[in-house]
Write a protein that binds this ligand. Structure first.
Ligand SMILES: Nc1nc2c(ncn2[C@@H]2O[C@H](COP(=O)(O)OP(=O)(O)O)[C@@H](O)[C@H]2O)c(=O)[nH]1
Ligand SMILES: [Mg+2]
Ligand SMILES: [Zn+2]
Length: 307
């Protein structure tokens, strides 16, 4: 019998599903090509002989956070979101360029994005203050809080209310700690696939948790690096709202803000009206696009141009 379910955790091809009545089931994609991710709505069948759920179809996604592999292929990360929460902390030391890459992917996926500084009770070095300011002046809300002390968690909960969010960021910044604080303990256990065969906690899966005040949050494994899907890198402003604001001042309407004469964006970065680090990050993302295209090889490139 066919039924629809929501994917509430994905551990490789092992899926945890929740049907309309709230029943939680284990399943797996039926067919090699189906790339099912946490947050997906799927159509399933129950195999009566094996007592296993087959996911046969992914229902249309409202939104998708996607990344590029080293070969330039697009891979889905999480689906049906409305908000991307980049979590950073004084320690481990944040890499602002990775944050910009996430903001780029969020922007092209049509997601609202915020930056959360967790462990805010620790000393915040000057360079981190400068970094946070670069996101704020670009137009991204920055929220400082602490999973440890509970400080400002109410403000974070208010941001998350009624949204489907994903927490992304380096391992060790406190994503899971924040979620543990925001979600009742009973809800944590149902989504918990974060354990290996020995019961140790691992961070190799994504899991969705319902929030008590409405909305849901997806915990994601820590990543060392993140490259947005190529399609995200083809948009005009790459998740740089400040570039959007400056671009009307460029001499050429199709200015890419690299070497073009009369570029208002480059001028703004030189006169510090735009954060110079953010501008460098913008340039790196343009280069990343070319590098990923090259990694795809000529066959794939032609194929994409026809589409
Ligand atoms: N000082 C401090 N430590 C925190 C805070 N939040 C989390 N931690 C610690 O940071 C470590 C990593 O937390 P975890 O939630 O597993 O990070 P994740 O890898 O991003 O999910 C743990 O030892 C937590 O106890 C915080 O607000 N302040
Ligand atoms: Mg974690
Ligand atoms: Zn320009």
């Amino acid at each position: 019998m066919e039924f629809d379910a929501q994917v509430i955790a994905a551990y490789g091809r092992h899926l945890r599903l929740r049907d309309a009545s709230g029943r939680v089931l284990q399943g797996r994609p039926f067919g090699r090509k189906l790339q099912v991710v946490c947050g997906d709505q799927v159509r399933c069948t129950e195999d009566s002989t094996h007592a296993e759920i087959h996911v046969n179809e992914i229902l249309p996604r409202r939104s998708l956070l996607a990344r590029s592999t080293l070969r330039g292929d697009s891979e889905p990360v999480v689906a049906n979101l409305s908000l991307l929460v980049t979590v950073i902390a004084p320690l481990p030391r944040p890499d602002p360029f990775i944050i910009d890459r996430y903001l780029c992917a969020a922007s092209s996926a049509g997601l609202r994005a915020i930056v959360v500084l967790n462990k805010a009770e620790l000393e915040v070095p000057d360079e981190l203050v400068v970094m946070l300011k670069s996101f704020e002046s670009a137009g991204y809300p920055v929220l400082r809080c602490s999973a440890e002390t509970g400080d400002r968690l109410d403000a974070l909960a208010a941001e998350l209310k009624d949204a489907t969010s994903v927490f992304v960021g380096q391992s060790g910044v406190g994503k899971s700690s924040l979620i543990t604080r925001l979600v009742p303990a009973t809800a944590i256990s149902t989504g918990d696939l974060d354990r290996d065969a020995e019961g140790r906690h691992t961070t190799t899966s994504s899991a969705l948790y319902d929030l008590p005040s409405g909305g849901a949050v997806i915990d994601s494994p820590g990543v060392r690096d993140f490259a947005p899907a190529i399609s995200s890198l083809e948009s005009r402003s790459l998740g740089f709202p400040e570039v959007d604001r400056l671009a009307p001042g460029c001499r050429f309407i199709d200015c890419l803000h690299l070497q073009e004469p009369g570029c208002a964006v480059r001028q703004a970065s030189e006169s510090n009206d735009m954060d110079a680090r953010r501008y460098e990050s913008y340039r790196r993302l343009r280069r990343l696009h070319n590098d990923l295209k090259a990694a795809q090889g000529p066959g794939k490139r032609r194929g994409q141009e026809r589409a």
